[in-house]
Design a protein around this ligand. Structure first.
Ligand code: ZN
Length: 422
């Protein structure tokens, strides 16, 4: 078995793999829940990029690497379906499933985006089928291509799952379809994105307010391929077709505000796409949104925060602190101030900041949550040395709060408002 695994196609150059031991992120799409099953976070090497010139690399991957991951996903439904989308290498897959109380025999469907080793490795363990009760869905073009290849892992998978494999023909993105992939999950649709491999497919959960597209290996180097989707990777079977697929899908995802999830997008691997130029895009996730908001507040130097006093009278005053600690945006004040008393009594606040030179302003609707830990206070005060002459993390006066249920709206006289939420 070891021989088979080592000969599997390793689609990513591993520079540094660090295990993640934090709770697995989840998203709700209508009646479906998607969970990230990360096989590991790593860095990809720019040597895999095709036709990336020096200027592009200097700008988007200056140290010769880019953030990367190997992911698979679990979809669970209210009707009791447990669907695995790709199986990764099988490195952390089983421990991730255990943490979700999912036994391998509970998986009743496996959807495969394609048959590279970092997507099918987890289907085999000790020479046996890992998911004995699962139907395994593969695009017909993918099945036909790999059936003719002499790849030991693929051969083992195809032979082991022979009776469980079902092939499908994916639809074009945006095309209306009545096809049902899984009988009682009509919202799950297979969409073609050929090029990386001849039958490379994506899976769309067309439910809820924002459909979610699991796009497999549409990208491998987000930092470079979002601004430059014309760049392919050395292990794309047909790089030209891969570029065409990438452009088409990115355009559609941006226009239709799809949520997207990718097999090689760094933690937490899910976000949205914004079109920034004719053929350039930006990937947005919560962390990025938060960073942008924090940067905006700091660029302004001063922002205003409104609270309600005991007589329901709005009160507004200037603030200057905004920093990110443990993935949360923090502000700081003194407990003795009225603003502190008001926020502790009624956590709803509104923040407004105006960047006059840029001609843009930002309004943030949020709730504040007190964090009484010394380490949080120390972190925030350390970002603002001038505050250290007034406050100390242990002075019983310093109050740090983080924002939750945030709706931040960027506005200007010339552009459409842009709203981000976390
Ligand atoms: Zn891959």
């Amino acid at each position: 078995m070891k021989k088979i695994l080592t000969s599997a196609i390793c689609a990513i150059v591993l520079l540094n793999v660090s295990a993640q031991n934090i709770q697995l992120p989840q998203w709700t799409v209508g009646d479906y829940t998607l969970t990230l099953l990360s096989e590991g976070q790593q860095k990809g090497n720019t040597s895999i990029l095709l036709h990336a010139d020096g200027d592009i690399l200097a700008k988007y991957a200056p140290d010769g690497s880019f953030p990367n991951a190997v992911n698979c996903f679990l979809i669970t439904t209210k009707t009791g379906r447990t669907i695995l989308v790709d199986a990764g290498f099988g490195r952390k897959l089983f421990e991730n499933l255990v943490s979700l109380n999912v036994k391998p025999e509970n998986i009743d469907v496996v959807l495969l985006t394609h048959m590279h080793g970092d997507h099918i490795g987890g289907l085999i363990k000790d020479g046996q089928a890992t998911f004995p009760k699962a139907q395994v869905f593969i695009a017909k073009a993918e099945f036909d291509y790999w059936s003719k290849q002499n790849n030991p892992l693929v051969k083992t998978v195809l032979a082991t799952y022979k009776k469980q494999i079902k092939t499908f023909v994916p639809d074009e993105i945006g095309a209306p379809t009545a096809k049902k992939l899984i009988g009682d999950c009509p919202e799950i649709k297979a969409i073609a994105a050929y090029g990386h491999t001849p039958g490379h497919s994506m899976f769309l959960i067309d439910a809820g307010e924002k459909p979610l597209l699991i796009w497999g290996d549409l990208t491998h180097a987000m930092a470079v391929q979002m601004p430059h989707p014309e760049i392919s990777v050395t292990y794309d079977v047909d790089p030209e077709t891969a570029v065409q697929s990438r452009l088409k899908v990115l355009d559609y995802a941006a226009k239709n505000t799809l949520t997207i999830a990718g097999m090689h997008i760094a933690w937490p691997a899910v976000g949205t796409i914004e079109k920034t130029g004719k053929q350039s895009f930006k990937f947005i996730n919560k962390q990025e949104n938060m960073k942008e908001v924090c940067q905006f507040l700091n660029d302004c130097g001063m922002y205003y925060i409104a609270t309600l006093d005991d007589n329901n009278q709005p009160r507004v005053r200037p603030f200057g602190t905004a920093t990110i600690f443990e993935d949360k945006l923090y502000i700081q004040t003194g407990k003795k101030k009225n603003v502190a008393k008001q926020m502790l009594k009624n956590p709803k606040v509104e923040i407004c900041a105006h960047n006059i030179p840029a001609g843009k302003w930002l309004r943030i609707e949020a709730e504040v949550v007190e964090d009484d830990r010394v380490e949080a206070k120390e972190f925030v005060l350390n970002q603002y040395p001038s505050l250290k002459s007034i406050y100390d993390a242990r002075d019983n006066n310093t109050l740090v709060l983080y924002l939750k249920n945030v709706t931040a709206t960027y506005a200007s006289f010339s552009e459409e408002p842009k709203v981000v939420k976390w």
